[in-house]
Design a binder for this molecule. Structure first.
Ligand code: ADP
Length: 485
């Protein structure tokens, strides 16, 4: 199992700077969600492989933590250049492996480039501060030290961005990393990063990737959680999985950073520009076929605009081209797998059975699920409650934007929210009332920049991703005093 470039017939784990087979010798087929073709065989790892990766990361920690700032900076800048030179190949891989279209693929590569270039400068971030002390003749300091081995667990839906976000910040601060990608994205969410960081000069063992077959994440995840050498875990994925990890991490007193599901509202105030609001809702609900954690799942429209908005939004949704993610004209590509497609279908049918009206879409076109707008969805419908990953959005009419905020806040989730209004001041006042980790006034909700504090409240997670806060998440402060004798 070797090599660089993709597709390749076999992809191993990346451990200690080398491509290696799973200890069990098993592999699993990595299938394209669009064509169903097998793109290659991938190492089907288990807890033993995770242990080998942690040991390699631990062995590399001392050396990497001591690397000079200019060495670290050069590696991340070189990695950015390598990623940039491979843009077309990455876009192709994203389309084949995860069904990601050219637009969102480009968004992912651009994010990765900014992430790497910003992370390069973390190397020169001050490593602490001098503190005033009331003890005569004492100099006190707070010194920031990397924590050691960080385990990163990432999903498939924005595989390049989320694997990068989970690993680049911790690495840039001197930690070493074991990344566990989703079984749906072992290349774009794992091996690709290993190739690029290794070629850029990252020392062997500083970054490791362990892959696994479907249904076997728990074995690798538990081994990472249980290993005393792993000092921090960061996780991006669904709320049920995050809850399970947090419970286990709590028993081990390990800090976890969790970025979980959302049920994100987009509020269209009565004074909004109708065309702009329709554009925002269309992009926010249907980009990457609705498979982004920030996607708008509920659109609340103030009554005076509601009928016109519903008509134009439904027409836009119905006209979005569905199909091959490699076709630049496609907006709605394939759903990640048959299970996810069946879940979407079941939830839409359940809502319709409970009285919902279908304004657009609503009929699967395997392997795609077309852009779908539902109205009159009762609160008890599953689609109105939990996160449903797909191009389905619920439209609700409200008497005021304040009512929309109150309804949005009833959700157990609190990731992203958008408010479209002609009055930015009003937007800010509404933002202050929204229980959400991220609020955009006059923009759609699918937004991310590497330096921003990204994360949710309530069941949407704990802590914030973002390079601005990475030092708080992935370093320990040590209080040191020196006393004159
Ligand atoms: P999504 O629906 O976004 O794929 P999941 O929570 O299922 O959300 O997956 C997110 C990540 O969590 C993936 O890498 C997946 O393999 C991993 N995962 C799933 N179950 C577990 C588990 N029991 N322990 C550790 N990781 C897990």
């Amino acid at each position: 199992m070797t090599g660089s470039g993709w597709p390749r017939p076999r992809t191993g784990h990346f451990i200690g700077g080398a491509w290696v087979e799973a200890a069990s010798g098993r592999t699993y087929p990595n299938r394209s969600p669009w064509s169903g073709e097998v793109l290659g065989e991938v190492a089907a790892g288990d807890g033993e492989d995770a242990g080998r990766a942690v040991a390699a990361a631990h062995a590399a920690f001392g050396g990497w933590a001591r690397a000079l700032p200019h060495e670290r900076q050069r590696i991340f800048l070189r990695a950015a250049d390598l990623m940039e030179s491979r843009r077309d190949e990455v876009l192709r891989a994203l389309a084949l492996e995860t069904g990601c279209g050219r637009h969102f693929g480009g968004v992912q590569v651009d994010f990765a480039l900014k992430l790497l270039r910003q992370a390069a400068h973390l190397a020169y971030r001050p490593a602490g501060e001098l503190l005033p002390s009331d003890v005569e003749g004492t100099r006190a300091m707070a010194v920031r030290r990397p924590v050691g081995v960080v385990a990163a667990i990432a999903p498939w839906n924005a595989s390049v961005v989320l694997a990068g976000r989970a690993t680049v910040g911790p690495l840039a601060l001197g930690n070493t990393v074991v990344l566990k990608p989703s079984e749906e994205s072992p290349y774009t969410g794992g091996a690709l990063w290993a190739e690029i960081l290794h070629e850029a000069g990252l020392p062997a063992g500083a970054f490791n990737v362990v892959t696994h077959a479907a249904g076997e994440a728990g074995g690798v995840g538990d081994a990472l959680l249980d290993d005393p050498l792993v000092k921090r875990i960061n996780f991006t994925g669904s709320t049920p999985t995050g809850r399970r990890l947090a419970e286990k991490a709590g028993r081990r007193l390990k800090r976890v950073l969790l970025q979980l599901s959302g049920q994100n509202p987009l509020i269209v105030a009565g004074d909004a520009d109708l065309g702009y609001a329709v554009d925002a809702a269309t992009y926010g609900a249907f980009v990457h076929q609705g498979q982004v954690c920030m996607c708008a799942r509920r659109v609340y429209v103030e009554r005076p605009l509601a009928a016109a908005f519903a008509e134009r939004f439904a027409a836009r949704a119905a006209a979005l081209p569905t199909g091959d993610p490699r076709d630049p004209a496609t907006v709605v590509g394939p759903v990640i797998n048959e299970w996810a497609l069946a879940l979407l279908d079941r939830r839409v049918k359940e809502a319709v059975g409970l009285g919902a009206r279908v304004l657009a879409g609503g009929v699967p076109e395997p392997p795609c699920y077309p852009a779908t707008v539902l109205a009159d969805v009762p609160d008890e419908a599953e689609i109105a409650q939990g996160e449903t990953f797909g191009a389905v959005v619920v439209l609700e009419v409200v008497d005021s934007a304040e009512e929309a905020v109150a309804r949005a806040n009833r959700s157990d989730f609190g990731l992203a929210a958008s408010i479209i209004t002609g009055d930015a001041g009003r937007g800010l006042r509404l933002a202050a009332q929204l229980d959400a980790g991220i609020v955009h006034v006059n923009d759609q909700p699918v937004n991310d920049e590497p330096q921003m504090p990204f994360g949710g409240v309530k069941d949407s997670g704990w802590g914030r991703f973002g390079l601005g806060l990475a030092a708080e998440e992935f370093c320990e402060l040590q209080w040191v005093t020196v006393r004159d004798q």
